[in-house]
Design a protein around this ligand. Structure first.
Ligand SMILES: Nc1ncnc2c1ncn2[C@@H]1O[C@H](COP(=O)(O)OP(=O)(O)O)[C@@H](O)[C@H]1O
Ligand SMILES: [Mg+2]
Length: 171
């Protein structure tokens, strides 16, 4: 199954709220790949996602640390850690594999991977992919495409489509 939703966000706040909707349906082991140019809003998405999981620490770009870990208390059942990675500096999929995100999420984690398109070959199986694209005519607007491939999201997909309806293109 490959399913996709094409969404529009009109502000950074709206992108954070959209991320919160996704956080609410996440399960331990989920990997979300965030793709889009510098400034597209990948970190803004991560901030809304983390806040929705009850993380109070500021979530900043993990560029120099590669992977940041945040403890989750009171998130959706079984989620104990949020992993926030930025793989921009990694040239090879082998280096991305070395981060061990696949193993880390197995222990009650959910991972957000910025520049996730580079990680697709190693982490793509069952991941949710998001592409954020700026609007050349409106500084605050982003087109956000959400796509799932494989069974991990199939049983959540219709609920997700309903929950994301407010961002549906054309609204
Ligand atoms: N609709 C929007 N969604 C996300 N960010 C937006 C939006 N509109 C404006 N912005 C701004 O764009 C910038 C996105 O930066 P950031 O999230 O760090 O991008 P990235 O991590 O993709 O490089 C922020 O300054 C944010 O306030
Ligand atoms: Mg970023």
């Amino acid at each position: 199954m490959t399913a996709a939703l094409v969404l529009a966000s009109s502000s950074a706040k709206s992108t954070r709220q959209l991320a919160a909707v996704l956080a609410a349906v996440c399960r331990p082991g989920d990997v979300l790949l965030l793709s889009g140019d510098l400034g597209a809003g990948k970190t803004a998405f991560a901030q809304g996602f983390g806040r929705a999981l009850g993380i109070e620490e500021p979530i900043t770009s993990p560029t120099f640390t590669l992977v940041r870990q945040y403890e989750v208390v009171g998130g959706p059942e079984g989620i104990r850690t949020l992993l926030h990675a930025d793989v921009y500096r990694l040239d090879h999929t082998a280096e991305i594999a070395d981060l061990g995100l696949g193993q880390l999420v197995e222990d009650g984690g959910v991972a957000l991977v910025e520049w996730g398109d580079a990680a697709e070959p190693v982490l793509g199986d069952g991941a949710l992919s998001l592409w954020l694209v700026a609007d050349p005519n409106d500084d605050d607007r982003r087109m956000i495409t959400v796509a799932a491939d494989g069974p991990a999201w199939a049983d959540r997909w219709s609920a997700l489509a309903v929950a994301l309806e407010p961002w549906s293109m054309g609204k």
